[in-house]
Design a protein around this ligand. Sequence first.
Ligand SMILES: C[S@@+](CC[C@H](N)C(=O)[O-])C[C@H]1O[C@@H](n2cnc3c(N)ncnc32)[C@H](O)[C@@H]1O
Length: 267
Amino acid sequence: MNHKEVGTYWNENAAVWTRLVRAGYDVYREYLNTPAFFELLPDVGGLSGLDIGCGEGHNSRLLANRGARVTAIDIAEVFIQHATQSEEQEPLGIDYSVASAVELPFGDATFDFAVGFMSFMDIPETERVLAEACRVLKPGGFLQFSIEHPCFATPHRRNLRNTAGRTYALEVGDYFRNLQGEIAEWIFGAAPPEVKRGLRRFQTPRFTRTISQWLNLLLDRGFVLERIAEPRPTDETVQACPDLQDAQVVAYFLHIRARKPKESEVG
Ligand SMILES: C[S@@+](CC[C@H](N)C(=O)[O-])C[C@H]1O[C@@H](n2cnc3c(N)ncnc32)[C@H](O)[C@@H]1O
């Protein structure tokens, strides 16, 4: 499966996805992933940034609210329609367009930074995504992205729960098998049954890579690793949103910041 075929799946998911995330049912994004991502993010005020795989634009808007000049792309037209509609209703100066991370329609050294919020692991051509992000960054610019944690979002995964329903461990397996587009069918668990009733479940093609594959691809491209995070919800967060309890047991997400060296630093 290539990036274009993957895009057709995401386009089909986009209308229901947008409705549910805007209603707050992507609780891992709301309570854990996005706050942790922004905690790791350097000051982007006045910088030009590219959001790769922006979806309906939630995180692009947060970047713009932090003073960045934001360009945002997604392969799914329906997501870009929703993002553009929000921009028309509340302009933040974000420039949205339909494009693939694998063939970015921007010149070399265009942006001060690039980000990918939970999008890079959905694209089969991992190496090309990182190469394209590197190409459009100015020397000295940074790339920050979040992905499902390679060690815990393995091809086989099962939550082990105690009698009270609390997760106490995760069973993981098949770590070294690189999934190449197996379809996962699911919908946000936090959405109540009456909201989910009659909705088409998402179909998302899965592509798993090991942690060494991810890190070595970045290093091979010449990136300098700057910061790594594995967000864990606090007890207060779990109290506010009990669905996140399992994310205290293992790291569900991996956040990486890496820098493209300045020309004078290339050895
Ligand atoms: C899990 S969603 C995350 C969306 C958004 N970044 C967020 O955090 O809400 C993954 C996104 O990656 C996009 N995507 C998948 N393949 C892509 C590609 N080749 N180029 C650009 N975007 C892609 C999907 O359309 C989808 O919007």
